[in-house]
Design a protein. Sequence first.
Lengths: 318, 293
Amino acid sequence: MLQTIFQRLGLSVFTLGFVSVVVFFSVEALPGNICTAFLQRFAEGPRLERCIAEQGLETPAIQRYGQWVVSAVQGDFGTSLKQRREVADLLAERFRNTALLAGAAAAIGIPLALVLGFWAGLTRDRPSDLAISTIAMLAMTIPEFVTASVLIFVFAIVLNWVPAVTILPPSAPLVDLLPNIVLPVVVLAFLMTAHILRITRASVIEVMASDFIKMAQLKGVPERQIFWRHLAPSALIPVVNTIALTFAWLLGGVVVIEQVFNYPGIGNLMLRAIYDRDLPLVQAIVLTFALIYVVANLLADLAMVLLDPRIRSAQDRA
Amino acid sequence: MVARPRSSGTGGPRSHLLHRIMARPSGVIGLALTLFHVALALLAPLLSVHDVSLPNADTINLAPSWEHLMGTDSLGRDVFARVVHGGQLALMVTACAAAIAITWGGSVGMLLGVVGGRTDEIAMRFVDAMLSIPSLAFFLLMASVVGGGAWTIVPVLGFFYGVAVIRISRAATLQVAAQDFVMAAKARGERTGTIMRREVLPNVSSILLVEGAMQWSWMLLAFSSLSFLGYGATPPTPDWGLMIASERGLLAVAPWSVLWPCAALSTLIIGINLLADALGKALGVDRTREVPG
C-alpha cells in the first residue's frame, strides 16, 4: 500500500514536470520573446533592453527554465509584466475567489449528483431515468456561456432577483462576494452535477448487474440493506475518481463562467493576462491549473486505495 | 467492443447502420438537428437577403419583425442573416480539427497498442501528463503564443483532442492485439504498419468513428467558447460564440440578438452529441464510462 502511494506521488511529480516543460517551452518557441510579445510595437531601444534585463533573457533557455522551476517550487512565480505585482500574490487573491465559487458549486453539485445518479441508475430506462439523463446530457453539451446568458436574462433581467455581473475588486471581503456568486454557482453546479451523475448512474447499473447483488437479492436481504451494505460502497468507487477529474475539468469552465459574470477569479485573471500578453502570468496560471488537477487526482487515487479492498490486496500480493 | 452488423434481410451494411441509428428517438433527433444545421450552413447565402457584416445606423436593435425575422443587433445588422451564417466557420474548423485528431490520435494509439512494452508504457505516461492540462487553458496559452484566429486553432484543437483519442485507440487495439489473427500476422513477420492497417484498423474503425463524432461535438463546444472569449472567430465574421459575446451587454435591451445564437449553437452541439451517442449504440461501442476532456 505504501508502495502504491509512493508510485502515485512520483507520477504526480512527473506530470507536473512535463506540464512545466510544455508551458515553458511553448512560449520559448514563439518568434521573438516574452518582452517583444509584451511590448509589441514599442519593443525597441532602452525599453526593450530594460525588459530583457529584468526578465534575464540573456541567459540560455535551459538555465532560465531551471531557475523558473526552482523558484516556482518555492512559491515564487516572478513578477507580472503588466500589473507589476508578485504573481504569487495575484494568484493567491484570485484563487480564494475561485475556490469560493467551486466550493459552493461542489457543496450543491456533489450530493445532488449522487442522489440523482443513484435514482436514475436504479430506475434504468424508466421515465425518471430518461428525464434525469436527458437533462444531464443537455447540461454537458450546452456551452456554459449559453446557460449563463439565458439564466442572466431570466433571473437578473426579467425577474430582477440577482445581480447580473460582479462589480467588486478581487480583494473584496467574502461577505460582499456572496450575493454575486448565486448565478455562477448555479451554472457551475449544473455542469458538475451532470458529469458526476452520469458516471454514478453507469456505475450503479454495472454493480446492480453483478453476481453479489443478485446473490443478496436471491437470499432475501432487505432492499435497504442491499443498498447501503452492498450497492453503495462498490458503486461509489469510480465516482470518487470522477469527482476529482470533474473538479479539474471544470477549471476550463471556470474561465468562461468568470468571464460571463465578470467574477474576479483565477480564470478572469488568466484572460486578462492573455489580453495584456503578460506571458509570465499566463504560464504561472496554466501551471496552477495543472497543479490543482494533479492534487485532485492524487487525492482521488489515495481515496481509491483506502476504499477499494481489491487495489489494496492486489498490491499486498504483488 | 465491436459488434459486427447483424445481417437481417436486404440492403447493405450502410443502410442497416442508418436504420439502427433511426431506431432510437435520440438518433432521429440527433440526425435531424445535425442535418438541419449542415443544410443551414450550406444554404445560408440563399436564405438571407440582408448583409451579414455591413453595419447600418438606421436599424439598430430593432425588435423582430417581418423585415428582420430575428430583429437586428447593436450595429444594425440582421440577426437572422447572421444566425444562419453563424455555423459555417465553426462547422468547418471543428470538422477539420476532428479529422486531424482522429487520424493522428488513432494511428499513434494503434501503434502503441501493437508495439506494446516499454515504449507504450512511457508514451502513455506522457499522454496522461498532457491530459492534466485543462483543455481551455491550453488553447488560451497557445492562442497567446501563436495569436488567435479560427484557422490557427485547427492544428491546436486537432493536436490536443488527438491526445485523448490515443487512449481510446490504444485501449481498443489492445483488445484486438491479443487475438490469434494479429499473433499470426506477427508470426508471419508482417511489418507493424501492415498489421495496423490490415488487421487492427478494421476492428477499431467503428470505435474511432464514434470517438470522432463525439470529439466533434466537444470541439464545437471548445471553439465556440474560444470565440466567445475573443480567441476564435474574429469580427465581423458571423459566428454564434462571437455574437453572444459582443451582444450580451445589451441583453436587457435587445435579447433576441443573444438568445437566437444561443439557441442555434445549443441545438447544433446537442444534435451532434445525440448523433454520436446513437452511432455508438448502433455500432455497439460502449462509451458510458468516459468523461470528455
